[in-house]
Design a protein around this ligand. Sequence first.
Ligand code: MLT
Length: 264
Amino acid sequence: MTIIKSNLEVFRSGSPNNRAIIFIHGFPYDHLMWNHQVNEFMNDYYCIAYDVRGLGESPVGDGQYTMELFVDDLFEILDVYKPFHPVLCGLSMGGYIALRAMERFGEKFSGLILCDTKPQADTNEGKIKRALGIKMINEEGVEKFVSDFVPNCFGENFRKKNFAEYNTILQRSLNSNPTAVKGCLLAMAGRTDTTESLSSIRIPSMVICGEHDALSTPQVMKEMASRIPGSRFVLVPTSGHMSPIENHDFVNKMIRNFLAAYNL
Ligand code: MLT
């Protein structure tokens, strides 16, 4: 049996002999947000999607999380499963983890897919917003925080047309552990700025952004892509912040094209 010290839940699909794609989800979601991608790629790739500390099925622990700890967890997964030349794919908070992992040990990866994320650390305003989020959880409960936060992540189009899928995701997030959600807020508020290191990225990279993403805007993401040597920028039609869910067919096609173009 494989022992993961951090006890994180790691979900593997496909053959370990194939190239691996490691999927890191956003906040406050879990590995299931990558279902459309795992189903699409598991026949050709070894898909590894895990639940970040405290979210989904991973244990909450003490809730004292940092971005460094999240990156340690990712490297522990690499050490344990030894995936073959992994491509790293992260959305939003998962992208923050991926970008910091690239800074710490970019040589471990063969490709990078950054979805709806940004390299900048939180501004003062952003940090205050995180603090207010923690206060809200303490005073009114995690459900109140999640029900305010999650609708902003999805475009209106998706929420209306795909209500059942949206509602399933929302309900899972509403069940999040408050200590874990606060821990993630603190980890994100305390994360470093990875902008300066973007120009040192030496692996094939793709930046994917929902055209209506209000959290990691197309402008910010285009600027990020322009700093990564040779990276491609993809704008996802009709999508908000959760592009791999909201317009999964398009995103899957873009991922497939990207992987093929670089023989990954
Ligand atoms: C996410 O989707 O992971 C969050 O929106 C990230 C954040 O709050 O900065």
